[in-house]
Write a protein that binds this ligand. Structure first.
Ligand code: FES
Ligand code: FES
Length: 383
């Protein structure tokens, strides 16, 4: 198989090498760059031993292709040598016997760093849940959990100052987190967007949201891509926003694995009619699942402090994750997500502060579980 030259940044320094398309990041780091601190256990994304940061996010390097990381900022366990927060974590692991054979330790340290940085109020239950994607065969986890609790209790200064590790690109371009958009345009129109005709025979979903906010306030949120994206769980913008063109991503967690749909869209707004259309297409490169669709929305006044948002969506899901795209399931999941979206739009319209920089991940397994339970309950009731 032919090899591809890739350029990445590892632990703050540029690195390059040849990799076959199927070479995993873990192998590339260990065998080409000789960074053997990244361990490989299960090689199927389950044990967490291979966890490294890719563009500031913990990532399983055994199921990430090296070529897919071209241009990315990678941080392995070796890259934390002078990091004050990691020093605290390492000391705490030593004090609480958070390691024995050490095989899981690089992944544990990286995950612990992420927990401390991201969830400063995490209690024991939350720490254990966050660690559930990292397996340890020796310690029984008690020492690891105690070490993380101790670091959190000491209110680590770095965690407060640096709630989100930023990649080089993010730091250079300012406020909106910048991520790579690996989506390659391919469409009839050449714009990368699907045509409306190609979506005419796709799955269809309509919904109506009652908003406790005036039509003007709600429109102010809908017309601002940054605000509306912040209202959708898992969604984030990729800068820059250029005219009506939007580049964005949707992060969906499925247990320890994350699907990241990155793609492009066009947003057109009719201010006078208070209507809009979002047309888009995206792809998760790990699962090779693609999603394309069009969302038409219309806002209408119900009273001085109430409005209705009507959504009409056509979409097509193709690839391994399309098994979750059955209309009944999608409707159930959409209804659950839309409850949060409604609340977020209302909060944003009232001028309450919403975090546009740190999107929460959409937890598909939790949604699926709740949705399937609701569907089964309905079927049983009908029976
Ligand atoms: S080796 Fe990557 S998750 Fe186990
Ligand atoms: S310390 Fe041995 S597997 Fe965790």
């Amino acid at each position: 198989m032919s090899e591809i030259q890739i350029q990445i940044h590892v632990n703050g320094k540029p690195a390059s090498g040849l990799a076959e398309p199927r070479t995993h990041l873990a192998d590339f780091l260990r065998e080409d760059l000789l960074l053997t601190g990244t361990h490989v256990g299960c090689e199927q994304g389950v044990c967490g031993a291979c966890t490294v940061f890719v563009d500031g996010r913990p990532t399983r390097s055994c199921i990430t292709f090296a070529v897919a990381c071209a241009g990315a900022e990678i941080r392995t366990v070796e890259g934390f040598e002078d990091d004050p927060l990691m020093s605290q974590i390492r000391r705490a692991f030593r004090r609480h016997h958070g390691l024995q054979c050490g095989y899981c330790t690089p992944g544990m340290l990286t995950t612990a760093y992420d927990i401390v940085r991201r969830i400063p109020n995490a209690d024991e239950t939350r720490i254990r849940r966050e660690l559930s994607g990292n397996l340890c065969r020796c310690t029984g986890y008690a020492g690891i959990v105690a070490a993380i609790r101790e670091v959190l209790k000491n209110d680590p200064p770095v965690a407060r100052i640096q709630p989100k590790m930023r990649s080089r690109r993010e730091a250079e371009t300012g406020a909106i987190p910048v991520v790579r958009n690996d989506y390659s345009p391919s469409s009839d129109s050449g714009s990368g967007l699907p045509s409306l005709e190609s979506l005419s025979d796709t799955a269809h979903l309509t919904r109506s949201l009652e908003l406790d906010t005036s039509v003007d306030e709600a429109w102010a949120v809908l017309a601002d891509p940054k605000l509306i994206v912040a209202c959708v769980p898992g969604a984030g913008l990729i800068a820059p926003i250029d005219g009506s063109r939007i580049e964005g991503q949707l992060v969906i967690a499925m247990g320890p694995v994350r699907a990241i749909f990155r793609g492009i869209g066009s947003l057109t707004l009719d201010e006078s009619g208070r209507t809009g259309r979002l047309l888009g297409r995206g792809r998760d490169r790990l699962s090779r699942t693609s999603l394309e669709g069009v969302l038409d929305f219309a806002l209408s006044e119900v009273g001085p402090e109430n409005s209705t948002l009507t959504l009409d969506m056509r979409y097509r899901l193709a690839g391994p994750l399309s098994q979750f795209g059955r209309p009944e399931l999608v409707t159930e999941i959409a209804d659950r997500i839309l409850v949060d979206v409604t609340r977020a739009i209302e909060s944003s319209a009232r001028g309450e502060l919403i975090d546009v920089e740190t999107p929460v991940t959409l937890n598909l397994f939790a949604l699926l579980f709740a949705s399937l339970r609701a569907i089964v309950a309905r079927v049983l009731r009908r029976g």
